[in-house]
Design a protein around this ligand. Structure first.
Ligand SMILES: CC(C)(COP(=O)(O)OP(=O)(O)OC[C@H]1O[C@@H](n2cnc3c(N)ncnc32)[C@H](O)[C@@H]1OP(=O)(O)O)[C@@H](O)C(=O)NCCC(=O)NCCS
Length: 184
């Protein structure tokens, strides 16, 4: 399956490929990036960015692999990764992202999330989108709220054993109807 490149005002979201792996690793390996995520290993294995990208490419053969790398227009620097994990036979998805600390606080994650959300409903035809963020990660909770998701409660979610096995997160959701009727 081919994944589309998406563009926003300041970013180009390219389907993640192994050639992006080293650039992704530069931020994925940092503790301040990994600490609130469920699955980003820390320490990050050397070469892990390329291995991750290869696994994503392999998933595309089975209709998955919806992961993009966010490149800053102009510099073409990779500054974040964002993806959709499809479930319910592709009718729903979980949104996830990590961004490079040296570009935090500029609205990039929110901008990328909005583009991926629009793509999820317009092109992929999803019925609903879910996400969650650790309650101790207010920046991510803010991204989800500003991207239009609605907080529906708290949830305990699984994280890597070395990170304690579970975390309390804020749970967010956006249905197709809510997306269609969103204020613009
Ligand atoms: C969460 C993350 C993606 C945000 O990236 P970003 O590009 O800085 O996000 P944005 O600039 O679009 O938005 C961040 C928002 O959080 C707010 N914020 C940042 N730190 C905050 C804090 N400590 N308390 C409250 N709000 C905070 C910012 O002010 C901004 O909100 P605003 O636009 O209303 O001012 C980034 O911090 C990251 O990669 N963190 C590590 C990985 C991670 O947590 N991934 C998500 C796992 S669920």
């Amino acid at each position: 399956m081919t994944i589309e490149t998406l563009t926003t005002q300041r970013l180009r979201l390219e389907p993640l490929e192994p050639r992006h792996g080293r650039a992704v690793e530069a931020y994925a390996r940092l503790w301040e990036v990994a600490r609130y995520t469920a699955e980003v290993s820390h320490p990050y294995p050397p070469g892990g960015g390329i291995l991750f990208a290869e696994a994503v490419v392999a998933e595309r053969r089975h209709g998955g692999g919806h992961v993009w790398v966010a490149l800053e227009k102009g510099s073409d620097e990779a500054i974040g990764s964002i993806g959709l994990d499809l479930f319910e036979d592709g009718r729903a998805a979980e949104l996830g992202y990590i961004f490079a600390p040296w570009r935090w606080g500029r609205g990039y994650a929110t901008e990328a999330a909005r583009a991926v959300i629009d793509h999820a409903f317009e092109a992929l035809g999803l019925d609903a989108l879910h996400s969650h963020a650790a309650v101790i990660n207010p920046a991510s909770c803010r991204v989800l709220a500003r991207a239009g998701l609605r907080r529906i409660g708290n949830v305990s979610f699984e994280v890597l054993p070395e990170r304690g096995g579970s975390m309390i997160g804020e749970c967010y959701r956006l249905t197709r109807g809510e997306w269609r009727d969103r204020p613009r």
